[in-house]
Design a protein around this ligand. Sequence first.
Ligand SMILES: [Zn+2]
Length: 432
Amino acid sequence: MTAALTRVDAGVPALGTDAKSAATAGQVPVGDWAGSFWERQDRALREKYRARRELARITTLRRVARCGRSSMNDGGDVVLRYSPGTGEDGSASAGFGGLVTCGSLWACPVCSAKISARRARELEHLITWNAARGGTVALLSLTMRHHSGHRLRDLRRGLSAAWRHVTSSRGWKRWKSVLGMDYVRGIEATHGANGWHLHIHALLIFPGDVTEEMHALTAEIWTRWSTGLRRKGFDATIAHGVDVRVGTGALEQLGRYISKLAFETSGGRWKLGKNGSRTPFQILADALDRARDRDLALWAEWEQASHGMQQLVWSNGLKAACQLDEIDDETIAEEDDGGEFVAQLPRRTWEKVYPVAEDLIIATRTGGPEAGRAWLDARGLAYDHERDTSERAVLLDEPDPPFAWLRAALAAEDPEQRRERRRRYYRTAQTN
Ligand SMILES: [Zn+2]
């Protein structure tokens, strides 16, 4: 049995293209990926690390410029670690400890991938939990008309206002209370011939069968969405503005489709655009490859306008209901994968390693700690083989020794203080 998503129209006859989009909805886009799993993994890692390094030169966000480069330790040292079999799929992994991470979902190729992977797992968990309680899901997409003269910041304002207009409606609230509806809403952005295109994907979660109600729900969403847009000077056409698909068929496949979508929506889609449009990261790649002013300007606009935009918003209480912990993007990006100590790299070694850091990671993850140290030896780079145990010995039982102090400090900080700290980090480079 294959999974299918059946479109619920908002009162107009379904378009001919709907069947096609539903039929191809679950397919993974095929890009320039070829070769074995590990070749692809290595290539993806290289691309992301290289992009982050080059991004450091052009970014307007200070913290992004420091991500994966600046040490958090007083002496400037960095620790290389190796984990046999704790990777995403039970495979070995390697990484650095003690570095600043930016936690920027929208602008950082490395943090974005890490955060998106976690968010996709959370959604998978949600789908499984909902299926186990006999629930159903629907996928809602909302778009707005746009042209190349629209500024991204204005589109974002219009989109947010229209979405608020939908979720504050009486109908929406009634479905929440009567049908037990919950949702996770995501935002996706692309850029094409008609400028920036923002749209909303929302996963609607119901504890039971709501087939009967879907028509009314779709019609109401459309009415509120279009009114909300008009109030901000935007509009949408009924044929393209709203799209609701109800999941039928194998829930497991549907779940896979939705989490794939979530992964893409949450920024995990590295560089793949469709229909001639580009994702922000594709624009970044082009900006770095070809250094065209237009791409550089688009990327700068993206960084500034997307900053602070919440990617995935879960309805109140939903995470708690399915027993997921609240965890913010920055914390995910800061999370240390742990693993065994391989080497402590003093500042002068790290400065040499940084331009090719991905090579050391790949060497270590492929060949283990010995290979990592051999890589350093071959380049005549100094490192400490033994962990400096003088003060860390007492921390051995902590789950995450290098970051325990940071977590404790963050937990003790009051929210306003934390917001101010973030504002400082993200203050644009030009203003300094
Ligand atoms: Zn980052």
